[in-house]
Design a protein around this ligand. Structure first.
Ligand code: NIG
Ligand code: FE
Length: 400
């Protein structure tokens, strides 16, 4: 039967613009993978539908991890040790480590090995209720390896029950063969985009605009190439310094600007005007032992939607727990638990250009999570604990 009714759940719908949207004894009708009706159990539609009794457990929308670098080979734990001894992330990158060390390992790995490693990481996210993820390339930095990583991202979406959005991030770092020729590399990377797009491998285009990444002028060229193909853009912006990348990205109508520790008032205003989502990444802030928080109060006051994501990658955030990121966004940066939830559901979906998920409301995809909890704030308050009990993707229960 494609139609079924979940009954007697505590539903956190997040359906309005504010508040949890709690329904204490709620019911939800799923029809053909979508939510057809949500409301008090006593008012449920009298239809012929298979029923599941949730026995008062908490039901929420599936979580959305809007920023990951899930496809890579190798490991950078030795750099963690170096940083604990005083080396900085930038020093390690300038000495040829950092992103470039992962690039060497990724170029040497075949597609099957990259897929197996990435699939294991995606399943770990799914076990915590993540039903949609974004996956970036950016550890190939040559045409063949970038395409291989994007194909792996597409295969993840095809073989796992989760939705995968893939982002081309060839402008992540300068590969060694282009040393001293960053503009030539940007020319090449812009040239690869058309073929990636024609092969159906790209949903969005990203770049790393920073002192150890690319300049605003180089970033703008990437954005122009994306725009010419009709692809939306995003940006790793103001992570280590203020390059005014957020304002640049906003001029291109960016879906999101991510990191943002050094974002200033002009950047906030530009993001607000463009409707760009601020994707906050507490994992990288924590793991790099950064001290400057993103301007959460300013973003909140301006009404810029805030998302929270893992930024999973081997160098700056080897974290596979979006729940932990939600907790850390609150403890480190004073998001409210409700902001953390919106940041991992409806605002995260918006950062991916997806309007069909992130809330429990009629017409949304039936991506659902049942938790061992009575209120969503409990899930944010606890850490190092996984209360996820059952997960449905497009109305189908999945075993992570
Ligand atoms: O989002 N800032 C740039 N990119 C990644 C880190 C990549 C790496 O260190 O491998 C990030 O933090
Ligand atoms: Fe990142």
């Amino acid at each position: 039967m494609t139609r079924w009714l979940l009954r007697h759940g505590r539903l956190a719908t997040l359906a309005g613009d504010a508040g949890w949207g709690l329904l204490d004894d709620g019911a939800l009708l799923v029809d053909d993978g979508c939510i057809a009706w949500v409301g008090p159990d006593a008012q449920r539609p009298g239809l012929d539908a298979e029923e599941t009794d949730l026995q008062g457990a908490l039901l929420t929308p599936g979580l959305v991890d809007a920023h990951t670098h899930l496809v890579y080979a190798g490991d950078r734990a030795a750099e963690f040790e170096l940083r604990l001894q005083g080396a900085s992330y930038e020093q390690i990158a300038r000495a040829g480590g950092g992103i470039r060390s992962t690039v060497s390992a990724t170029r040497a790995a075949d597609e099957a090995a990259l897929f197996d490693a990435a699939a294991a990481r995606a399943r770990a996210l799914l076990r915590e209720g993540v039903t949609t993820i974004e996956v970036k390339s950016g550890y190939g930095l040559d045409e063949a390896t970038e395409a291989r990583c994007l194909r792996v991202a597409r295969r993840l979406g095809a073989e796992l029950p989760i939705t995968v959005r893939s982002t081309s991030l060839a402008a992540h770092a300068l590969p060694p063969e282009y040393a001293g020729r960053a503009d030539d590399y940007i020319d090449a990377a812009c040239g690869w985009l058309a073929a990636q797009h024609a092969a159906g491998l790209v949903d969005a285009v990203d770049a790393f605009c920073d002192t150890i990444g690319f300049t605003p002028a180089q970033t703008e060229r990437v954005f122009r190439a994306a725009r010419a193909l009709g692809l939306p853009v995003k940006l790793h912006a103001e992570q280590l310094s203020n390059q005014h990348g957020a304002a640049l990205a906003a001029r291109f109508g960016a879906l999101s600007c991510d990191h943002l520790e050094h974002l200033d008032a002009d950047g906030i205003a530009a993001m607000r005007a463009a409707g760009t989502v601020a994707v906050l990444l507490p994992g990288a802030f924590y793991f790099l032992r950064e001290t400057r928080p993103p301007p959460v109060a300013g973003l909140r006051a301006a009404g810029v939607p805030m998302a929270v994501a893992t930024d999973h990658n081997p160098g700056s955030s080897p974290c596979l727990s979006l729940l932990l990121m939600m907790n850390m966004a609150c403890t480190l940066w004073r998001l409210t638990p409700e902001e953390a939830w919106r940041g991992a559901t409806v605002h995260a979906a918006r950062a991916l250009g997806l309007a069909d998920r992130g809330r429990l409301a009629a017409g949304q995809r039936a991506d659902l999570v049942l938790w061992d909890a009575t209120h969503p704030r409990e899930i944010v308050a606890r850490f190092g604990h996984n209360p996820c009990r059952r997960v449905w993707c497009a109305g189908v229960e999945v075993a992570p």
